[in-house]
Ligand binder design. Structure first.
Ligand code: ASP
Length: 215
């Protein structure tokens, strides 16, 4: 990292270990942007997710956000939950038993007064959901691939699922999608995941401009 920083203005670091970006930042003078540290966090994704919600729904305050899929290893939901906590969100966590949101994160948000609910049944919360945030099961994090096989197809969003969702809501995914959302759903105007990619471009441009003192 010390060698790299001699060559560049900003380091954007994606690393398999949780906490790697924070460690790097202790040793470098140049700005470090965490682009995903293992199962830890993905802060720029959370920023673009928030921007997507604001663009799509016109507000950020007081939303009910349902996070679905791999909440244990999915780093994007860890960062997004923390960010949404600043905006009075109610958070629903829907996942297979073995992929629950980390207890430490639930405790952290509980202490900040965030209403949170855990379960395995999407239908129980779908009707009250403003944002449905779907994640892929993170195959690369499993020590035992049999466990992965048991949960990989646990949830699939289909056009039928969407017919039971509120008319005014947004369906998001950090991508890549590996079958959690049927491609037929792509035609649904509530499916925002490809627009989400473009919002990400602008948010990351803005972040770079800020970090480089050009904003
Ligand atoms: N692209 C996201 C990430 O880097 C989500 C994923 O890989 O499932 O965490």
């Amino acid at each position: 990292m010390r060698t790299l920083e001699a060559y560049v203005d900003v380091i954007i670091l994606r690393h398999p270990e949780t906490g790697a970006a924070a460690t790097a930042a202790r040793y470098c003078q140049k700005p470090i942007i965490n682009a995903g540290d293992g199962t830890g966090e993905h802060p720029t994704q959370a920023l673009l997710d928030l921007f997507t919600i604001r663009e799509e729904l016109g507000r950020l305050e007081g939303l009910t956000v349902t996070m679905l899929g791999d909440l244990k290893y999915g780093r994007t939901v860890h960062s997004l939950a923390r960010l949404l906590a600043l905006y009075g969100a109610k958070l629903n966590y829907v996942s297979p038993e073995i992929l629950r949101m980390p207890a430490s994160l639930i405790e952290e948000l509980k202490a900040r007064g965030v209403p949170q609910q855990e379960g395995s049944d999407l239908e129980a919360v779908l009707g009250q959901t403003n944002v449905l945030y779907v994640t892929r099961v993170q195959k690369e994090r499993f020590e035992n691939l049999d466990d992965y096989e048991k949960v990989r197809g646990a949830y699939t969003i289909t056009t039928e699922t969407m017919s039971r969702a509120p008319e005014h809501m947004v369906l998001m995914h950090p991508l890549p999608r590996v079958g959690e959302i049927d491609i037929q759903v792509d035609h649904d105007p509530r499916a925002a995941y490809f627009r989400q990619v473009e919002y990400g471009l602008y948010v990351r441009m803005a972040l770079l401009a800020m970090v480089l003192g050009k904003a």
